[in-house]
Write a protein that binds this ligand. Structure first.
Ligand code: CMP
Length: 142
């Protein structure tokens, strides 16, 4: 059965419309349906709230600065095993590891461990929460 995940195309990639088109084409080629899409611009407080579980980590400040540095793209992706398949397609968080996963989106587009170009929900619960956060009108509750 079809499942949903939240995908973010982070500011370093979203700044380049040609790269965003390349990602969209890849997403469709891998069998995902894009159920909703919007462009988001965060301020620092928005970023701090979304990444609050990383507060205190050495990369928290630069992560929040990165996510507030410009517009990014949020998408609801649907397919069987959407959560794990999207995370597999984007590849590992760390850029060196991502580069070793040939064909992974981060391997192609990440520029550092922080500026890692993509996000994917890590569980059914976080997918539900994150979809609700970016697309309240798409809530599947009820
Ligand atoms: P994401 O997995 O979407 O959410 C947490 C983010 O923190 C992650 O992407 C990276 O942008 C950043 N991050 C995670 N681990 C590190 C790290 N070791 N060094 C720098 N940034 C990191």
């Amino acid at each position: 059965t079809a499942a949903r995940t939240l995908a973010l195309i982070k500011p370093s990639v979203a700044a380049n419309p040609h790269l965003v088109d390349t990602v969209r084409a890849r997403v469709r080629a891998e069998g995902f349906a894009v159920k909703a899409e919007r462009v988001v611009q965060w301020n620092l407080d928005d970023a701090r709230r979304f990444y609050r579980q990383h507060e205190g980590r050495f990369f928290y400040k630069r992560l929040c600065g990165y996510m507030a540095s410009g517009p990014f793209v949020a998408m609801i992706l649907e397919k069987e095993n959407a959560i794990s398949d999207w995370r597999k397609l984007i590849g590992p968080t760390r850029s060196i590891a991502a580069r070793l996963e040939s064909g992974s989106l981060r391997g192609d587009m990440a520029v550092s461990d922080t500026r890692n170009a993509f996000h994917g929900s890590d569980s059914v619960n976080s997918a539900r929460e994150e979809i609700e956060m970016f697309f309240p009108e798409e809530s599947t509750a009820g």
